[in-house]
Ligand binder design. Structure first.
Ligand code: GDP
Length: 297
């Protein structure tokens, strides 16, 4: 398994952070993802159609690149983690300032702690007259989260996904946290990636959104994903634009699969078509053996 070995230190280069947004239902996860997407300073070319591909990368005014997993909800996060795919570097915990700490807020805190991922608290809906951000900070103490405003170390940002107030501050907080993490990956090697989501598209066939974890994924690359092999026919970003290649932390849609993989599957580029088929066949045999072993006699 190639994903266990590590690349030599001198081949590593900085890579953008991968951020997941969690929080209680209706506290503003989707609104925040939309507001953040809107801050991208790199405009798409005419003709590209913005689409939901499960993840997107923006470039901020300060020229920082940030990748957001566009799969709000805790199921995706814990399912991926259960499968050994720890793709998230930073969690943004959204708490509505009018509603405060709710059951799914606590669930999100527990998921984040279990994953050992640093957290930034986004106190949302601060435009509302009944907003009480200070109460949110105090209640977080009960869950061992001490934010900076309470002399702790967890960054907290007051914002409104609706008006856009505070969004720039959140981007700065992410950039600062990413700097502390010193995130790196080797770009000049065959790519390894993780499937974020996949579906059967009416016109295009099986399509998977993958997040490149190391190396650079290129059009024409032979790959194995799950128990299937394939060849990259096209790479498409969330703006609907075709890419020639995608480096570390870049999310892209991959066309050229023979079936629909599962979220959390590892996606590995191999040297040629024959090798891709061999690895896929081997994995199919292993899966069959496992099923046979488990079958009742
Ligand atoms: P999610 O369930 O966490 O994804 O929450 P949504 O993003 O769908 O937001 C739930 C509701 O809260 C929607 O009606 C939003 O318009 C509203 N909302 C989200 N953010 C804000 C905000 O900053 N201020 C106000 N006033 N409403 C917001």
């Amino acid at each position: 398994n190639t994903s266990e070995d590590s690349d030599p230190e001198e081949t590593l280069r900085p890579r953008p952070p991968v951020v997941t947004i969690m929080g209680h239902v209706d506290h503003g996860k989707t609104s925040l993802l939309d507001a953040l997407r809107g801050t991208d300073v790199v405009k798409g070319e005419a003709g590209g159609i913005t689409q939901h591909i499960g993840a997107y990368q923006i470039t901020t005014k300060a020229k920082d690149k940030i990748t957001f997993l566009d799969t709000p909800g805790h199921a995706a996060f814990s399912e991926m983690r259960a499968r050994g795919a720890n793709v998230t570097d930073i969690v943004i915990l959204v708490v509505a300032a009018d509603d405060g700490i709710m059951p799914q807020t606590i669930e999100a805190i527990n998921h984040t702690k279990a994953a050992g991922v640093p957290m930034i608290v986004a106190i949302n809906k601060c435009d509302k007259p009944e907003a009480n951000p200070q109460k949110v900070r105090e209640r977080l103490l009960e869950h061992d989260i001490m934010v900076e405003a309470m002399s702790g170390e967890v960054q907290d940002v007051e914002l409104s996904a609706k008006t856009g107030a505070g969004i720039d501050k959140l981007l700065e907080a992410i950039a600062l946290q990413a700097e502390l993490l010193e995130l790196k990956a080797r770009p000049d090697r065959d790519a390894e990636a993780t499937v974020i989501e996949a579906q059967l598209d009416k016109g295009r066939g099986p399509v998977a959104t993958v997040l490149v974890t190391r190396g650079t994924l290129k059009r024409g690359d032979n790959f194995v994903v799950g128990t299937q092999s394939g060849r990259v026919r096209a790479l498409v970003d969330h703006k609907g634009q075709q890419l020639k290649e995608a480096g570390p932390s870049m999310p892209v849609e991959v066309l050229g699969l023979s079936g629909v993989p599962s979220a959390g599957d590892s996606f590995t580029v191999v040297e040629n078509e024959q090798r891709a088929r061999e690895v896929a066949e081997y994995r199919q045999e292993m899966a069959t053996e496992k099923r046979t072993a488990l079958a009742p006699t």
